[in-house]
Every structure is written in C-alpha cells, then in structure tokens.
Design a protein around this ligand. Sequence first.
Ligand code: CO
Length: 141
Amino acid sequence: MTDSRPFQKIAHIGIAVADLDAALAIWRDQLGAEVSDVCTMPDRGLKIAFIPVGESLIELIAPLRDDSEVSRFLEKRGPGVHHICLAVDDIQARLDLYRSRGLRLVNDTPSIGAEGYPVAFMHPKATGGILLELLEERSEG
Ligand code: CO
C-alpha cells in the first residue's frame, strides 16, 4: 500500500436531508438529476437515495425516526453536507494504519454500507472537522 495516492476517488458525498421527498423534488424535478436507487436501512434508521455524478454519487440521507444516524446532525446543524466518502484499496489495512497513527476512528472494522461495500467512518476530530467515510469497492460480496 503506497501512501502517496491512498484514495482512488470520491465514492460519494453524503447530504443529510430532513425530508427525502422534498430533497428528491429539488434534485430530480428541479435540477434534472436521475435518481439511481432508493433504499431503506431500518437498523440505522435511514432512507437513502443515490444520484450518479460521473463515477461518484450524491447520497441523500434522510431519517426514518428520531434516533437515526443523522437525526443529531440535522438537529444541530440542519440539512447539508454530512460526510465525504473516499474509496480505498484495502479498507481494513487503512483503518489499522490510521489507528496506529493515533487517529480516532468511529468504526474499527468495516460494515456493509448502503452501496453494498464495506465502509467505516473516521472521527471528525481526526480529520480536522469533517466526517470521513472510507469505502472499499469489491467486485463481489
Ligand atoms: Co456514506
């Protein structure tokens, strides 16, 4: 793993929205974007819509309930950019490397995200204030 280009691309930009239908009305009906996929993640309390942008995605994230993963963010900051997700070659190796450098992680090991790939979050304190998600694109599983 070379450290000169650890990130392959911006996998997606996550945007927290209070109301997914209202957000889709803006992105689809007014901005003219195509929505590729809408999925619900009941365990995380989220409903998510993806909008392809080149080889990246815009990820619209709406809460399904008051204790969802974006509820506190929406309460504190209101709708807006929630996180940036970068694709890496080997997510576990990356997490281990960053932890060994003393960087604070939200997740020590990856879980499967809305796109079906392993993902993990780093703590905003480790990255100068932004919530950074790492993602490993795998051809299977
Ligand atoms: Co994400």
